[in-house]
Design a protein around this ligand. Structure first.
Ligand code: MCN
Length: 768
């Protein structure tokens, strides 16, 4: 068996040698027509809310290098809005994102025009000379601004409410009336930027003779790019080819088509030139869709024995200027996970998603689940403090029991399988819970602030219903596997080859994995929501099983016997009990290729419902009361993703997502001023963890509770740390600050935020 082995990534050699090709590296050798290539720079709104009175491009056009300036007026009529769907019972207003602003701009950074020029430098110079005349409108910057509705972003969207969702089960009011303790917590999670190492980049070319648009793009998969291109450019998907080269990280932020890619594609078609675009870091931080940005008011009713009787939550999301295809889904996912890992009979959850004058929200690693885990785990910590029950003990008393699956959480999800108590116990052991508590008692006596936090999470993984794979037997008995999932750092080529090798009884080296070209292989769904192994891996298993069945029929005819008289081992069929060389996959390949009837086995795997990964995270911190600096000493990550195909890569996913979770906890926050101007447009003002900031001790463990919903028994793990870390670190920080009587503090836990809190409290303590 290759599944279960910690195999090294076959992808790494090219990356480490610098041979990998990213979107901005592509040239003639990659099939890009470069003879008539132009560079594009996007002119962006400098105001958060305003009317476009006019655009003067005359000076830009007068520069010798300028090829064209296109504005909303040029695009109007030939470019449409994004398709937006409502899911899981949400009500969604009619405010789809546009590719380019025409009359009104709704966020700083929104594209208003684009310049094409011979070189990037000339395009940048020309873009500076495009003069846009704005009539300023009142900006709606915060959720409170949106609620007040003094200024409306969209005609026909009263109260700036873009999305609503609600669901309840049981007697919530009665449970609160009979509660021994009620915990209430009001929380805010700031917007975050995905900040992938490679920013967004694309090349668009148009072959007028074949009416074929080709887009090479840094994106998570070709399928959503081509679907969104078809919708926005009003073209048939058959006349679009999307190729995804190597991608330097996406973390959810390259799922929907970037408006800039659509503009580049439009320019390629209408100007007959190959168009190259890439953004700089500031554009990425300002104009790529962002994540999180939610507020919550959560109450938990706790009975006399420490049992959770009911949870009531009112959530508000800062969705930004308009809706990308998956903007509504993120906040709805949060709502649907608001009971977390706990068995809570009565529940009531409501959501309002507001339009604000900021770049739209979309998925960012975790996409709705970090918000839910944070909101639930924080209110549980507050309940523990108010009821005087140890936070671990309170959690243990309320977990969904291992024999209660499938478990209906009352909010629209049915969890498939779990051993929540097992994960909690292991995390407590790894974090040395009792030892840290003892250290904390001693530390407090000498004025040191040590804290430990424990947080459970459950994660809806593998959404989207289905995925495809196609296995093809090629010369030499090798197998080419085309998968609908498209890796952008996860290591699918290694992992899927392991699954295929087991199904085919060959070595992973005999399997070549291909993905990322919409012109090749069956149409798939893509990579997001930690779905690829569960869905794409299962489709791979089905395709390879089918290939082997068809190859066996050919092998039996080559061996001139019944298939039942053959044994299959290591890529060869042998007569049962017989000796000799038998017939190999290579012989079958030769025979079928000679006959012009290659064996091609496509498969589609449909899943009845998503799978639910889970785990427990722990964190230990020490806070310097003089400076407010949080020293993150230890993080423990106990994750259960069912059957894991490659434990090395799965652990890599945990490490990466943990560091991102630490960023969300300690450093990261998109900030706007009162006019809606972004103040975090560079890595100077938007902090992400650096090497010293990632030097905490990390202890990981993978547990295995198989999912009954797919033949591999797998669940997703690609987002685990982003979900589990923030509530664990929050718990540890607030635990350290317990002597100051603080129940809750919003992230990020910057030195300034903590220093202010400690000082305030010290001040009040000194007052008579
Ligand atoms: N794996 C496994 N067994 C399982 C589950 C996962 O061995 N049961 C391993 C496999 O090696 C697989 C990897 O973990 O390649 C991730 O698999 P999975 O959990 O199925 O998630 P996806 O492949 O669908 O990846 C999506 C997920 C998401 S949603 C984000 S966001 C994310 C992430 O993956 N963005 C990433 N990881 C990233 N890693 C990199 N380097 N770059 C990103 O942009």
């Amino acid at each position: 068996m290759y599944a279960g082995r910690p195999m090294l990534r076959r992808e790494d050699a090219a990356l480490l040698r610098g041979d990998a090709r990213f979107s901005d590296d592509l040239g003639a050798g990659d099939g890009v027509p470069v003879e008539d290539l132009v560079h594009m720079v996007v002119v962006r709104s400098t105001v958060a809310h305003g009317r476009v009175r006019g655009i003067d491009a005359s000076e830009a056009l007068a520069l010798p290098g300028t090829v064209a300036v296109v504005t909303g007026a040029d695009l109007a009529g030939t470019i449409g809005p994004y398709p937006v769907s409502s899911r899981d019972g949400s009500a969604v207003a009619d405010a789809p994102a546009r590719v380019v602003a025409t009359d009104t701009v709704r966020y700083v950074g929104e594209p208003v025009a684009a310049v094409l020029a011979r070189s990037r430098a000339e395009a940048e110079d020309a873009a500076e000379l495009v003069v846009v005349d704005y009539e300023p409108l009142d900006p709606v910057v915060t959720i409170d601004d949106a609620r007040r509705a003094g200024s409306l972003l969209h005609e026909g969207v009263p109260g700036n409410v873009l999305v609503t969702w609600s669901r309840s089960r049981g007697d919530v009011e009665g449970a609160f009336r009979s509660a021994a303790v009620v915990a209430r917590c009001r929380m805010q999670i700031p917007r975050l930027a995905a900040a992938p190492m490679e920013v967004r980049a694309c090349v668009a070319a148009y072959d007028a003779g074949r009416d074929l648009l080709t887009l090479w793009a840094s994106a998570q998969d070709p399928w959503r790019q081509s679907a969104h291109l078809a919708a926005t450019l009003r073209r048939d998907e058959d006349s679009i080819r999307v190729v995804i080269p190597e991608v330097g990280g996406a973390f959810g932020s390259k799922g929907s088509l970037a408006p800039e890619y659509a503009i580049a594609a439009w320019c390629a078609i209408h100007h007959g030139r190959t168009v190259r675009w890439f953004e700089d870091r500031s554009e990425n931080l300002i104009a790529a869709y962002q994540g999180r940005g939610m507020e919550a008011d959560v109450e938990l009713a706790v009975g006399a024995e420490g049992r959770f009787l009911a949870l009531r939550a009112s959530l508000a999301a800062d969705l930004g200027a308009h809706l990308y295809p998956n903007t509504p889904n993120v906040a709805v996912t949060t709502c649907m996970l608001m009971t977390g890992c706990y068995d809570i009979e009565a529940v009531d959850v409501r959501l309002e998603g507001f339009a604000t004058n900021k770049v739209p929200i979309g998925p960012y690693r975790g996409a709705g689940r970090p918000e839910a885990a944070f909101f639930v785990e924080r209110v549980v910590d507050v309940a523990a403090a108010r009821s005087g029950i140890d936070p671990v003990e309170l959690r243990r008393r309320n977990l969904v029991a291992s024999d209660a699956f499938p478990y209906d959480n009352g909010l629209g999800y049915v969890y498939d399988s779990g051993d929540y108590a097992g994960a909690l116990d292991e995390a407590c052991r790894l974090v040395d819970y009792e030892g840290v508590r003892a250290e904390q008692r001693a530390a407090r006596e000498s004025g040191r602030l040590v804290g430990v936090g424990i947080a459970n999470y459950v994660e809806r993984a593998a959404p989207g219903g289905w995925e495809v794979a196609e296995a093809r037997l090629v010369a030499g008995g090798r197998v080419v596997l085309r998968v609908g999932s498209s890796a952008h750092g996860q290591g699918h080529e290694t992992t899927f080859a392991q699954i295929a090798a087991d199904a085919l009884g060959v070595s992973p080296d005999d399997v070549e994995v291909r993905h990322g070209d919409s012109a090749e292989g069956p149409r798939g769904v893509g990579t997001f929501g930690s779905r690829s192994v569960t869905l794409g891996g299962s489709a791979t298993l089905l395709a390879c099983t089918e290939l082997l069945a068809r190859a066996g029929v050919v092998a039996s005819s080559l061996a001139r016997c019944e298939l039942g008289d053959l044994d299959y081992r290591d890529g060869r069929w042998f007569p049962v009990g017989g000796t000799g060389d038998g017939v190999g996959l290579a012989d079958v390949a030769a025979a079928t290729l000679d006959a012009g009837e290659p064996i091609v086995a496509p498969a589609r795997f449909d899943i009845e419902a998503p799978v639910f990964s889970f785990g427990t995270y722990g964190a230990v911190v020490e806070i310097d009361p003089e400076t407010g600096r949080v020293d993150l000493r230890r993080v423990v990550a106990v994750d259960d993703a069912g059957v894991v195909v490659n434990p090395l890569l799965a652990e890599g996913q945990v490490v990466g997502s943990t560091v991102q979770g630490v960023g969300a906890s300690l450093y990261e926050e998109v900030v706007h001023d009162a006019d809606g101007q972004p103040l975090s447009g560079s890595f100077v003002s938007y902090g992400i963890p650096d090497a010293p900031g990632s030097a905490f001790e990390l202890r990981t463990a993978l547990r295995c509770t198989p999912s009954p919903r797919n033949p591999l028994g797998a669940k997703g793990i690609g987002e685990a740390g982003s979900i589990g870390v923030p509530p664990a670190v929050a718990g540890a920080v607030l635990d350290a600050l317990a002597p100051f009587g603080v129940e809750h503090l919003d992230p990020p836990y910057s030195p300034e935020r903590i220093w202010r809190l400690v000082r305030q409290d010290a001040g009040s303590a000194e007052r008579p």
